[in-house]
Structure formats: C-alpha cells, structure tokens
Write a protein that binds this ligand. Structure first.
Ligand SMILES: Nc1ncnc2c1ncn2[C@@H]1O[C@H](COP(=O)(O)OP(=O)(O)OP(=O)(O)O)[C@@H](O)[C@H]1O
Ligand SMILES: [Mg+2]
Length: 360
C-alpha cells in the first residue's frame, strides 16, 4: 500500500501536450478511477506512473519516494507496482501457476516460497483449483484473474489497471467488477484504475478523476461529480447532464434562485457562489416535470416520445430556445405526442461554478 502523489505533470509528444500540468493525490489504500473520453491522456498518465515514459515537467512520488522528476527516473522494476492491461498478455505455453510465478522465478525466489506465494495469489482471485491449466483452457474473465494474480504475487504497493474489463462481455464485466471490489476490500491495496466507462468507475472507485484533453477536470467522489460538477465538461460527461443558461439572482449558503427561460427556479450552488447574469446550470432529467402550460412553467414543444417500459423518454424543446433538447421521463398512462405544446417545471438544478463571468 502506498500513497501516490502526482504534481504538475506535463507530457508532450512533439508540439502536442498529451498531459498538461496534471496534479493528483491518491491516498494510501484508495481506489481511484481515471475517467475520460478516448485520447484524453489516461494511458499516457498510467505509463508515466509505471515508469515506461518520462515527463518533461512535474514529479511523481510513490509513498515518500520521488520516482519521477525532470532530474531523476526510477525504472519500472524498482517502483513496486503491479500492472494489469486490457490484453492479459499471458504466456500460452505456461500453466496458470507458472505464469503467476514467473516474476518470482526471474527474481531468484526459492521454490518453496515461490509456490506458497503463487498459491496465495491464486486463492485471492479464486483460481486455486486452476493452477495447472493452460491459459487457452480458461474463459476471458478467468484469464483476467490470472493477470491480476500475476500482478499481486509480487506484493505491489500500488496496482495500475488500464481498462482491464474492456475485452469482456457485459455479464462478465459485472462479475469482475465485484471481484475487483472484493479484492480491494480484502487487501486495501492502492488502485489506479483507468476506464472510459462511467458506470464502472462509479461502481468501483472511492474517487474519480475526470480528464479531458490532457487536463484534470475534477477529482471527487462519484456522487459529488454527479451532484456538483465543477465545469461544463464534467456536467455534460457525467450522467449526460443538460446544460442551460440562467441568471443567478440570489445566492446564499449553497442555495440560489435562478431565472431559467423566464421562470424562477430554486437551485443548489457552491457556498461562495456570486450573483451572475450569464451562469450555466446543470439539470438532470429527474429535475424536469411535464405540466400543463401556464404560469411558472416553461413553454415547450414535444419533439418525440419513446416508450421505455414503465415510462416514456420525452424529448422537448423550449419555445425560447428551439435548438436545445431537454429530456423528461414521463410515467406510463399519461402519454404526450410529438408536436404537443407542454409546460415544464424545473424542480431543481446545480449552478456550474466556473461558467460565465461573475456579476456584482
Ligand atoms: N507515443 C505517442 N506519440 C505521439 N502521440 C501519442 C503517443 N501516445 C499517445 N499519443 C497521443 O496522446 C493523446 C493521449 O493518448 P492516450 O493513449 O493517453 O489516450 P487515452 O485517454 O488512453 O485514450 P483511450 O481511451 O482511447 O485509450 C492522444 O491524442 C494520442 O494520440
Ligand atoms: Mg488508453
């Protein structure tokens, strides 16, 4: 177990900044997920932590030891980290036990101790009875567990995982998610888990670091990211938040009144939120309720209604902003049709902190 401290890390490929001053503090024993769209720099960050690449600027410390800085570079084999990739990279000609014990054999660990540690690692991933099998005789999920055991056998202080479930089908992903969760709960190993699947990140991580175009957007718990996104990117990316313009007219201790499409709406905000003429709000579909057109509702037009089993997903556009699409979940038995004029009541929302200039 170890703490991981990344401080203003910058990595360039030619003129392109793949990582731009990324700082991240992972606590000892924490499960952290790195989440972001394809190409945002997740694998680049993992490769720097592993020591496969060097950054131009910034430092990485594992525990109290600086392993990367512009002046110094600890090679991967001296960092006490374990790595699990999307492709399991098992040796086909070796048994499960030989695959898991390979690094110990190379390191010259004596046979009795090696066998004991291999047995323990296989027990930890529930594969003790598969020790003599070849990888070809295992399912995808079992192979991924062998890869995990192989990384654990060396007692790493930090485990790095790069999209470890991306090759598995939906059902297997869910059960492997449980396995990673249980494994983390049992061992308390610090986990640095890369994914572009939000549901996976939310299910597993203590905190999630959302990245975009080489920059860290927000580091927070899953519910903070959903309830209190720091900027427009996070608001739109996490849970498909709707972003609408509004005017913050009154803000006090985390509560505000915002004028949205001509209607006053009670919303949540940061305690230090200022009044703002051009703010942005993040709305969730559950914040929106269809109502008969009238005072206190926003005049809208139904674009289409799609039955989803038990409810319909209704896409509507405000008359004042016909290019914007809002989504409402309408309970069964109260149908609306495309073209209908409806009203929408906004029951709540979140003022996105760093959007729009602050007014007096
Ligand atoms: N060796 C390299 N040379 C040049 N550019 C690179 C190199 N490695 C990565 N990049 C670029 O850096 C950016 C970040 O790549 P990275 O592999 O870190 O993305 P990622 O977030 O892991 O994406 P994905 O979800 O698709 O795996 C991309 O634009 C990529 O093209
Ligand atoms: Mg990647």
């Amino acid at each position: 177990m170890a703490r991981l401290t990344i401080d203003r890390l910058t990595k360039r490929f030619g003129d392109y900044k793949a990582l731009d001053a990324v700082s991240l503090d992972v606590r000892d024993g924490e499960f952290i997920a790195i989440l972001g769209p394809s190409g945002c720099g997740k694998t680049t960050l993992l490769r720097l932590v592993a020591g496969f690449d060097r950054a131009e600027e910034g430092t990485i410390a594992i525990g109290d030891r600086v392993v990367s800085s512009p002046e110094a570079h600890t090679p991967p084999e001296d960092r006490r980290i374990g790595i699990v990739f999307q492709s399991y990279a098992l040796w086909p000609h070796m048994s499960v036990a030989e695959n898991v014990g390979y690094s110990l054999r190379v390191a010259g660990v004596a046979a009795p101790e090696r066998e004991r540690r291999v047995r323990e690692a296989l027990e930890l991933v529930g594969l003790a009875s598969f020790a003599e099998r070849r990888p070809a005789m295992l399912s995808g999920g079992q192979r991924q567990r062998v890869a995990l055991a192989r990384c654990l056998v060396a007692s790493p202080s930090l485990v790095l995982l790069d999209e470890p479930l991306a090759n598995l089908d939906v059902h297997l992903r869910a059960s492997m998610e449980d396995e990673f969760h249980d494994f983390h709960a049992r061992t308390g190993t610090t986990m640095f888990y890369i994914t572009h699947d939000q549901a996976e990140a939310m299910a597993l991580a203590d905190r999630i670091a959302v990245m975009d175009r080489g920059q860290l957007m927000q580091l927070a718990t899953p519910s903070e990211l959903y309830r209190e996104p720091a900027n427009e990117m996070v608001a739109g990316f996490i849970g498909n938040g709707l972003i609408v313009p509004g005017e913050v007219r009154d803000a006090n201790a985390g509560r505000a009144m915002a004028r949205v499409f001509g209607v006053d709406v009670p919303v949540r905000c940061r305690p230090d939120q200022k009044l703002a003429a051009a703010a942005k709000l993040c709305l969730r579909s559950r914040d929106l309720v269809l109502a008969p057109p009238g005072p206190g509702t926003i005049p809208c037009r139904v674009r289409r209604s799609v039955y989803q089993g038990g409810y319909s997903r209704v896409e509507i556009a405000p008359e004042a902003m016909p290019d914007l699409t809002l989504e409402v979940h309408q309970p069964e038995g109260d149908p609306v049709n495309s073209g209908d004029a409806v009203g929408v009541r906004i029951a709540g929302g979140w003022v996105i902190p760093d959007a729009g200039p602050a007014a007096a």
